[in-house]
Design a protein around this ligand. Structure first.
Ligand SMILES: [Zn+2]
Ligand SMILES: [Zn+2]
Length: 388
């Protein structure tokens, strides 16, 4: 497979870089990826693909029939951006205040287009014993577009599925994955603390929701440190907390919001119950009450061992052994590719972009040389999976 990166770069490197910049300039959020989808369709125009649009609102599924009647594999990219104000200073920076491709989904989309263009060429298509579905998904960042795509039948008739994610902190051009859990279950919660309001000078006549909230925030941290097996990964983060309207008023209510990350399914089910018991116990002890509203969002992204091995084998032959790494631990980030992997065997693969600003930061950017590398990796995965 050596030489494939050069071939993809030579044939389509310019086009997919331009596409990435066009998408980057016009970021769209959630399911509203209409313009992005139009750009993808324009880039796929003229290829021998059967195209289905309007999947999960603005998603696209493009199917390539290979030479043989073997299995069907799917390659998935996410298309949505984030509500972040870009501060990269790039000439093709976001043209929309408060929206930015800060998670690299512009890159994922262009890499998948690059794979579609490459595999559509007769010389590659003739080597595919089966079908390839190119899945362009909206709403990864919180909307659960992957879940909607699965509900709309995108996983039906598919035998294996793969996805890449650009990964800061991993050496540039290195692919990493593992069998089993690769990304955590990502759940969210809101809590309302109900006390009794009053005059700031007369605390004894009130039940101060702020002080109760502060105690609960601290107590919740003991769930991970004191109740979870120390070798079991878990995160409880309170990301929002709010109360009050004036310096001399004790507020009646306070609210907080946060996220819980787990890998173990039993722990995932157990934590909300313990959070509620603990919060209510602390609140009642302070003459207040607490209500927990808990939402199970993205499940654990669990790789099939064979699919993960295939991806690593392909990456090793493409990039060299030292650039195909079996990672020891999952990330505690969440990923809605999990919904596909609940239905199908497959693998989620990190593609290193070196020491750059983190995902979801206003400074996030990457060297576009990764685009032909990622497109070649997706291409090579399809060739290997459909080589039989
Ligand atoms: Zn993200
Ligand atoms: Zn992402």
């Amino acid at each position: 497979m050596q030489g494939l990166v050069d071939e993809v770069r030579g044939s389509f490197g310019g086009e997919i870089t331009t596409l990435r910049r066009d998408i980057h300039r016009e970021p769209e959020l959630g399911f509203d990826t209409e313009k992005t989808a139009r750009k993808v369709l324009a880039a796929l125009d003229g290829l021998p693909l059967e195209i289905e649009t309007g999947v999960a609102q603005n998603g696209i599924v493009a199917t390539l029939q290979g030479a043989g009647d073997g299995p069907t594999i799917a390659l998935r990219a996410d298309m949505d951006a984030l509500p972040i104000h870009e501060e990269t200073g790039l000439p093709f920076s976001s043209g929309t205040d408060g929206k930015m491709h800060a998670c690299g989904h512009d890159g994922h989309t262009s890499m998948l287009v690059g794979a579609a263009k490459t595999l559509s060429q007769d010389s590659f298509r003739g080597r595919l014993n089966g079908k390839v579905k190119f899945v362009f998904q909206p709403a990864e960042e919180g909307g659960g577009g992957g879940r909607v795509m699965v509900e709309e039948g995108v996983a039906e008739g598919v035998d294996q599925i793969f996805a890449l994610h650009l990964w800061p902190g991993l050496p540039f051009g290195t692919a990493a994955t593992k069998a089993g859990p690769i990304m955590a279950a990502a759940d969210k919660f809101e809590m309302e603390i109900k006390g009794t309001g009053g005059h700031g000078a007369m605390p004894h006549l009130s039940a101060d929701a702020i002080v109760v909230a502060a105690q609960i925030a601290t107590a919740l941290q003991t769930l991970v440190s004191r109740e979870v097996d120390p070798v079991q990964p878990a995160v409880v983060t309170i990301g929002e907390i709010g109360a009050g309207s004036a310096f001399n008023i004790i507020p009646e209510t306070a609210r907080m919001g946060g996220t819980v990350r787990t890998i173990d399914d039993d722990l995932r089910r157990r934590l909300p119950e313990r959070m509620e018991q603990l919060a209510k116990g602390v609140a009642r002890g302070m003459r207040a009450d607490a209500e927990l509203d808990y939402t199970f969002s993205y499940p654990v992204t669990r790789n099939d061992p064979e699919a993960a091995a295939l991806a690593l084998r392909v990456a090793a032959s493409l990039f060299g052994e030292e650039r195909a790494v079996e990672t020891a631990h999952p990330s505690m980030g969440g990923e809605d590719f999990a919904f596909f992997l609940e239905k199908l065997p497959g693998a989620y693969v990190w593609l290193g972009i070196g020491d750059v600003s983190g995902l979801h930061t206003p400074q996030f950017q990457f060297d576009e040389e990764i685009l032909p590398q990622g497109a070649a990796l997706l291409t090579a995965i399809a060739l290997e999976a459909l080589s039989g």
